[in-house]
Design a protein around this ligand. Structure first.
Ligand SMILES: Nc1c(NC[C@H](O)[C@H](O)[C@H](O)CO)[nH]c(=O)[nH]c1=O
Ligand SMILES: CC(=O)[C@@H](O)COP(=O)(O)O
Length: 263
């Protein structure tokens, strides 16, 4: 089936390049200035569409920050659900926990450079206003209130910016797509809304982006080799990752707890 739509479509279907435009098309032959004046987009623009069905057999790592786990765990589950939806096998996904968003970049870069993954999904939640507990003693009774407070310092900005540049560097340095699924929110309300609430699940979106990015690996052989060879090359066989200490999550995906120490 042929569909033309952008890379950011939420419904990516079979990877497809439209046929190269025919020179017999008068619009294609028209000078660029004329096309601009007419405000038309001709077939000269090639649109690339993606197929997450091609993600089968490809390997993904999810780096997830333990900090604000009440937010990051549903984000991670959103990513796992999306992979599941697109038939990525659980044994092809590794989940790596790091202490906070600040540590994500380091982990992502190491994983990217390992050459074992087609894409790394980075998940975290950095909150400007965080929940604080206020203990109130009345007579012999202690009351505990959850209070939202703004940090006194610029800690939020430092962590949020470091997480963003860390993930960017990880992708650039490793050459493996590192997807930015780190929430940078005003408060917990905003964060929970983006972790399966009113504003969707950004972890799920990150997994979708990873799948579409991953298609870069599929595109190359298809451009230069016949279809059948392309398909053969697409079934990349990646070595299983041997993880020293992992536990099983609810979904059976391997989770590994690390503290920024990598093999
Ligand atoms: N404030 C937040 C943090 N802070 C912790 C840092 O990420 C880091 O673990 C620590 O500074 C040690 O290097 N982490 C988050 O993920 N979210 C925050 O809101
Ligand atoms: C978790 C935080 O963001 C917090 O530790 C920062 O608070 P502060 O700026 O008052 O040190």
């Amino acid at each position: 089936m042929t569909r033309h739509h952008s890379l950011h479509s939420t419904d990516p279907l079979l990877f497809h390049l439209p046929p190269h435009p025919s020179l017999s098309n008068p619009l294609f032959a028209a000078p660029a200035a004329e096309k601009k004046r007419l405000n038309v987009r001709t077939e000269a623009v090639r649109e690339v569409t993606g197929s997450l069905t091609k993600a089968q057999g490809h390997r993904f790592a999810i780096v997830v920050a333990r900090f604000n786990e009440i937010v990051t765990r549903p984000l991670m589950n959103g990513a796992l659900d999306t992979f599941d939806k697109y038939s990525v096998r659980e044994e092809d996904i590794d989940v790596i926990w790091v202490p906070g968003a600040f540590e994500i970049g380091l982990a992502a870069e190491k994983l990217g450079k390992s050459g074992k993954y087609n894409a790394i999904i980075c998940i975290g939640a950095v909150l400007k206003h965080f929940m604080d507990r206020v203990l109130l003693n009345v007579s012999n009774l202690t009351f505990c209130f959850a209070n939202t407070v703004r940090g006194d310092t610029t800690h939020y900005d430092a962590v949020a910016n470091s997480a963003a540049s860390g993930v960017l560097s990880a992708g650039l340095n490793s050459g493996v797509p590192c997807i930015f699924g780190v929430l940078t929110c005003e408060d917990m309300d905003q964060a929970l809304n983006r972790a399966g609430g009113k504003a969707g699940n950004k972890g799920s979106e990150a997994a979708l982006t990873a799948g579409v990015n991953d298609l870069n690996f599929v595109l190359k052989p298809k451009l230069i080799l016949p279809f059948i060879c392309g398909n053969l090359l697409e079934s990349n066989l990646f070595l299983l990752v041997f993880l020293s200490s992992f536990s099983l999550s609810e979904k059976g995906t391997k989770e590994r707890k690390i503290n920024c120490r990598f093999v």
